[in-house]
Ligand binder design. Structure first.
Ligand SMILES: [Zn+2]
Length: 247
């Protein structure tokens, strides 16, 4: 039977620490809790790493976080050879915050690229220092200089980023909200999480389950480092932190 973990990061992506109860430990040592601040690998964003402290003070590094049988079951994967907690015991959690914050900045920047380049997204992957977003883009005017400049305009605009839940019916009535060509947001659960940017979502809104910064200004200096040709019309835009490097 699939277990259910309350995903605290979905309501507050800035939680760095929390306490939880151990619901189960899998045969392979994966720890399932009643609640967590650890984001599980999904939608192109890697899962969190960090530490879990047992009631007796044992500190265990968490090397990865993944989903189990369902998206609601979040599995904390301890480092190789680490101890596992007792079912029913309480543990203290802390995520690797500098890493997660960089992932939040990168992930939010990916949303901005999809606003600047309004074309179907065929793939995306977020990493701490280099993210990519693949688009079917027939227009060659979206150069790295142009996209970088517009990105920084949106960063400097310091627009609010917030979530809103809508129903399956509302999403069906607004098909333009979905920008992924191949990935459909999960429907059938009755509600879908929309990530909105700008006052009243004037900049953007799209279904997403990831973690984002609260204001675009927190992304900081960022640019398109490279554009790679992946197909006749498919281009891979690579995001890097820092100012544009000439040449
Ligand atoms: Zn997102």
């Amino acid at each position: 039977m699939a277990l259910r973990t309350d995903a605290l990061f979905r309501e507050d992506s800035y939680l760095r620490e929390a306490e939880a109860e151990v619901l189960a430990v899998s045969e392979r040592g994966g720890v399932i809790l009643d609640r967590t601040i650890f984001y599980a690998t999904s939608g192109g964003q890697p899962g969190d790493t960090g530490t879990m402290v047992f009631a007796d003070g044992t500190v265990v590094p968490i090397a990865a976080t993944v989903t189990g049988e369902t998206k609601d079951e979040i599995i904390h994967v301890p480092a190789e050879g680490a101890a596992v907690p007792l079912v029913g015991s309480r543990v203290k959690l802390a995520i690797d915050w500098p890493r997660r914050f960089n992932l939040m900045r990168m992930h939010t920047a990916c949303h901005l690229v999809s606003v600047i380049c309004p074309f179907p997204i065929t793939g995306a992957s977020v990493a701490e220092d280099d993210s990519r977003i693949d688009l079917d883009i027939p227009d060659t005017s979206y150069t790295k200089e142009l996209v970088s400049e517009r990105l920084m305009d949106l960063v400097r605009g310091d627009h609010p980023v917030f979530t809103r839940w809508i129903t399956d019916e509302e999403l069906a009535a607004n098909p333009g909200l979905v920008k992924s060509k191949n990935v459909r947001p999960p429907s059938g659960t009755g509600r879908i999480r929309l990530v909105c940017i700008g006052e009243n979502a004037v900049v953007d809104s799209q279904p997403c389950g990831g973690t984002h910064v609260a204001r675009t200004g927190e992304i900081g200096e960022i640019h398109i480092g490279k554009i790679e040709k992946k197909g006749r019309e498919n281009r891979r835009y690579r995001l890097r932190f820092g100012p544009v490097v000439a040449g």
